[in-house]
Design a protein. Structure first.
Lengths: 290, 331
């Protein structure tokens, strides 16, 4: 019982982080049809921004919205001045470009922050943990999970209830038709990447609070985000959540029973099976395929 | 097109090959190793060029085949198999894996293909990490240096041997691409890359052509991996399946010009030169420079340096570069 609960708590933490990240990542993939490898750099930058703000005396939880704002502008700018120029071309161009951006940003992080792991120390009101049937559940983790749920809820609200969300969904469904009704596709793309980067920033800020951050942390999580996104499917808010839950539980289970190297394998095998049988993912909606 | 390569006067070919053949006499052992590494990159670049350039498929499965070639060969050698047979064993294993994963993966569209190849490489890497058989334990490095007579060579002989072996592999890879480009398969693949549906309407068996080039590319990559294992003397799983090598190779192919014969040559030459000059002077900024370079090439001259062969140096005029920038701009 203790072990099962511990596994569940571990899964909860990883799953909620991946849910936030996957939401952001699938946004750019779904709307712009761009595989944004620079997302790893966004996560990493979010972590470092949060770390820097905290080291200047800012309260840990306050760093999250600030980080999101910073990353939003950064992502918006990156889209507007760089990525926008390859959208209309073959997909290999955008993948290579985002790879280059990721490489450059990781290099800058190595240069300015060095490879040392940085982490933020949870403040007084978050230290301590609950004991439930022998399993430990730190308060900090509960806070992280709550924030992740809150962000997902906000995302759903924006996409479902606001005009901005409708604009983004319309652009995703049919770019030409969106233009016909007067939507400025380029501006929508810029905003979407901004939102995606904001979510990446939030994920990074949460990571630096729980795991600690280094220049390559983003790449490590990006792989798992890819798995979650493909599993859950593009085009829905529920997809990433379900995908994250499955990956979180599978990873945690195998890590506990078979060792951590098998845990990534488990997630990978699951998603490969899904890819072959149902490429659009468990909850994916098919819109422009190629 | 690049059909010029065999129409070039024999003198020009000799003029290019001659310095490469006699260079070892003038280079120290470090220089020999740098050039030998360049040859290895060239062989890998041309194999990826087949699938990424001519077929237009952004395959990230290269580490999987490279690593399979390296590890299977190493394990066989350590268990007493003759080196040459072991190399064939490694190549065969890689082709078998390619055959297995090729069919379900190649029919995935767009980004799903890229992600699938990435995941397969990761899955294979994790699988091998957990293997414990035939005297090989996934987590530790396998030393095959003393298992062959290579261990008895002195440094100079060892370096020279691999210099020429890798040169041979690079030339073989070039020859393969040249032969491929002019073959029916080459034309079929390029038409598939440009518009798969139209190609199929013309009667081209797209799935079969893609599978064929996938198998060839995987075999070539595995052979380079096997030679690399002997060269290094020890193979370690994470190193063998590392993505860093693949991304370097992809960048070289892009820089030089994908889907061309001489593109990868230019790309390899440029990147190795940059690594040895700027990379040595400013090691901390190495990643940044590489990333910025990739970005600049993709934005301003996606056809790479090879466009200079086709259009002359004016391909790099500012007006042309700006045109390229705006060509794919979202409206």
């Amino acid at each position: 019982m203790t072990l099962a609960l511990q596994i569940l708590f571990d899964a909860l933490l990883l799953g909620s982080l991946l849910a936030v990240g996957s939401l952001g990542f699938s946004l750019v993939w779904g709307v712009l049809n761009v595989l944004n490898l620079a997302f790893a750099a966004f996560i990493m930058l979010g972590g470092y921004t949060s770390f820097w703000l905290w080291s200047q005396g800012c309260d840990v939880l306050l760093t999250i919205p600030l980080t999101m704002a910073v990353l939003f502008s950064f992502g918006w700018g990156m889209q507007r001045f760089v990525i926008d120029y390859v959208i209309d071309g073959p997909q290999t161009l955008s993948i290579t470009l985002t790879y280059g951006i990721n490489l450059a940003l990781a290099g800058l992080a190595f240069y300015f922050f060095t490879a040392v792991d940085r982490s933020v120390i949870a403040p007084e009101y978050m230290s301590g943990y609950w004991q439930i049937a022998g399993a430990k559940l730190p308060y900090a983790r509960v806070v992280v999970v709550c924030i992740a749920i809150f962000l997902t809820g906000m995302a759903w609200l924006i996409f479902d209830k606001t005009e901005l969300g409708a604009t983004i969904r319309a652009t995703r469904l049919d770019m030409e038709a969106a233009r016909l009704v007067g939507i400025n596709v380029r501006n929508t793309f810029d905003l979407t990447t901004g939102l995606s980067a904001a979510l990446a920033g939030a994920m990074g800020a949460l990571i630096v609070l729980t795991y600690g951050i280094s220049p390559l942390t983003g790449d490590h999580f990006l792989l798992q985000i890819l798995i979650v996104t493909v599993l859950g499917g593009l085009g829905s808010v529920v997809g990433p959540l379900v995908g994250a839950a499955i990956v979180g539980v599978a990873t945690s289970l195998t890590a506990n029973f078979f060792g951590s190297t098998y845990s990534v394998l488990a997630g990978t095998v699951i998603v490969l099976v899904v890819l072959v049988l149902r490429p659009s993912g468990l909850f994916g909606k098919r819109f422009y395929e190629t | 097109m690049n059909a010029r390569v065999f129409d070039m006067p024999a003198l020009l070919i000799v003029a290019t090959l001659l310095p490469v053949l006699v260079a070892p006499l003038f280079l120290g052992s470090y220089g020999q190793r740098v050039v030998a590494t360049a040859f290895m990159y060239l062989a890998l670049a041309q194999s990826w060029n087949l699938i990424g350039g001519y077929a237009g498929l952004m395959s990230l499965a290269m580490p999987a085949f490279f690593g399979t070639g390296a590890i299977v060969t190493a394990v066989m050698v350590v268990n007493g198999v003759m080196p040459v047979l072991a190399v064939f064993g490694g190549v065969a294993a890689a082709i078998a894996i390619a055959a297995l994963i090729g069919s379900p993966t190649l029919r995935l569209q767009g980004h799903y293909f890229v992600v699938a190849t990435l995941l397969i490489t990761e899955a294979l890497r994790n699988l091998v990490l957990n293997v414990n058989a035939f005297g090989f334990s996934g987590g530790t490095a396998l030393n095959l240096f003393n298992a062959t007579s290579l261990g008895k060579l002195d440094t100079r002989q060892f370096n020279l041997f691999f210099y020429f072996l890798l040169l041979f592999l690079a030339l073989a890879a070039m020859a393969t691409v040249v032969a491929f480009e002019r073959s029916r398969s080459g034309y079929a693949l390029r038409s598939i890359r440009d518009n798969e549906r139209a190609a199929r309407a013309l009667g081209i068996a797209a799935a079969r052509e893609k599978m064929f080039v996938f198998l060839v590319s995987s075999g070539m990559t595995a052979m380079v991996g096997a030679v690399w294992a002997f060269w290094l003397g020890a193979v370690e799983t994470n190193e063998a399946f590392s993505f860093r090598l693949t991304f370097d190779v992809i960048v070289m192919v892009f820089l030089g010009g994908r889907g061309t014969v001489w593109g990868p040559v230019a790309g390899v030459a440029l990147l190795v030169t940059i690594n040895e000059t700027i990379g040595v002077e400013f090691p901390e900024l190495h990643m940044v420079i590489a990333g910025v370079l990739v970005g600049l090439v993709v934005l301003f001259q996606p056809d790479g340096l090879a466009s200079a062969f086709r259009h002359g140096v004016s391909a790099f005029a500012p007006s042309r570069l700006l045109d390229n920038l705006r060509r794919h701009l979202v409206k």
